[in-house]
Design a protein around this ligand. Structure first.
Ligand SMILES: *Cc1c(COP(=O)(O)O)cnc(C)c1O
Length: 294
């Protein structure tokens, strides 16, 4: 695990450099989910996401590596999907079966794909969008162990881009497991705070229950929606500028959908609140989103 110091008290956890399945948090989650697929003897995958979904890309590459068929239920425009680079290209080139649907047709389309695999004699794995399940969270409990092994500096704050919430929940559970005092703050990329916090809290409690650890972070679950800019894939001029200057200024990419939004939110939040202590930014990936953005 690589950690870059960008200021005396600001550190960046480079999970964008996670080495397999195209990297980032979806690569890390999918590796963990893959062990479960393997252990349970399953041999096909059905999952869902948007046109530039990092999760669908990781799932499609995992399936290709393991020679199993994979169906991706994509909500979004078919023409845009066939033209775009980045994750869309990797999904096409992994030769996943793609089913397009409206947002309200996702669960029906996933059920049909599951039935189709079963009718052909497969044992398919139903994978929630974003890799949002127990294994996805457990991947991040382990990642915190890895961070603490690799860094002598203890984090007082960890900031990250929060979407489905399992990365944040896993980090919170990792902090509880290691009995350290640290505020984990999610910057929401799509949902309003109340809903986002409920989902993170729920996943966190499931993880604590599963691992039999004290849920020390439960009452401080925090996901900020001040930087949503109207929703998923939306951004403001400040985020755009930060993204465009990220390589020259920091030497790593910050995309406008995930990590740029979160990094922008982090800088604003700790300036506003005059936070003191060691601040860790958990860089969750998004390089392919960065490359695909205008
Ligand atoms: C999916 C994603 C997130 C959010 O992770 P969740 O576990 O869904 O909250 C953050 N950053 C990047 C780059 C992602 O692809």
């Amino acid at each position: 695990m690589i950690i870059n110091a960008i200021e005396d008290n600001i550190f960046v956890v480079r999970d964008d450099l996670y080495p397999s399945l195209g990297g980032g948090n979806k690569g890390r989650k999918m590796d963990f989910i893959g062990s479960k697929i393997n252990k349970d003897g399953l041999n096909a995958i059905v999952t869902t996401g948007g046109i530039q979904s990092n999760h669908c890309r990781a799932a499609a590459i995992y399936a290709a590596q393991n020679k199993m068929p994979c169906t991706l239920v994509i909500h979004g425009d078919e023409r845009r999907f066939s033209k775009e680079g980045g994750n869309a290209k990797l999904m096409r080139d992994a030769k996943a079966t793609i089913v397009f649907t409206e947002a309200n047709g996702i669960s029906d389309a996933m059920d049909s794909a599951m039935d189709l695999y079963k009718s052909k004699g497969y044992s398919p794995y139903y994978l929630r969008g974003g890799g949002h399940n127990l294994e996805g969270g457990l991947a991040y409990v382990e990642a915190v162990d890895e961070l603490l092994k690799n860094s002598k500096i203890r984090p007082d704050y960890i900031f990250l881009a929060s979407g489905t919430g399992s990365t944040q929940a896993g980090i919170m559970a990792g902090i509880s497991k290691n009995k350290i005092d640290c505020n984990v703050i999610g910057i929401s990329v799509a949902r309003e705070s109340g809903r986002a916090e409920n989902i993170v809290r729920e996943s966190y409690e499931d993880l604590c229950h599963f691992l039999n650890i004290e849920p020390t972070q439960k009452s401080t679950t925090k996901v900020l929606d001040d930087y949503l800019c109207g929703g998923y894939e939306k951004y403001n001029p400040g985020i755009k500028e930060l993204s465009e200057n990220s390589i020259s200024k920091y030497g790593f990419p910050l995309d406008t959908t995930y990590t740029g939004k979160a990094f922008y939110g982090m800088l604003n939040h700790f300036n506003d609140k005059k936070l003191k202590g060691n601040i860790f930014f958990w860089h969750t990936g998004g390089f392919l989103n960065y490359l695909a953005q205008p």
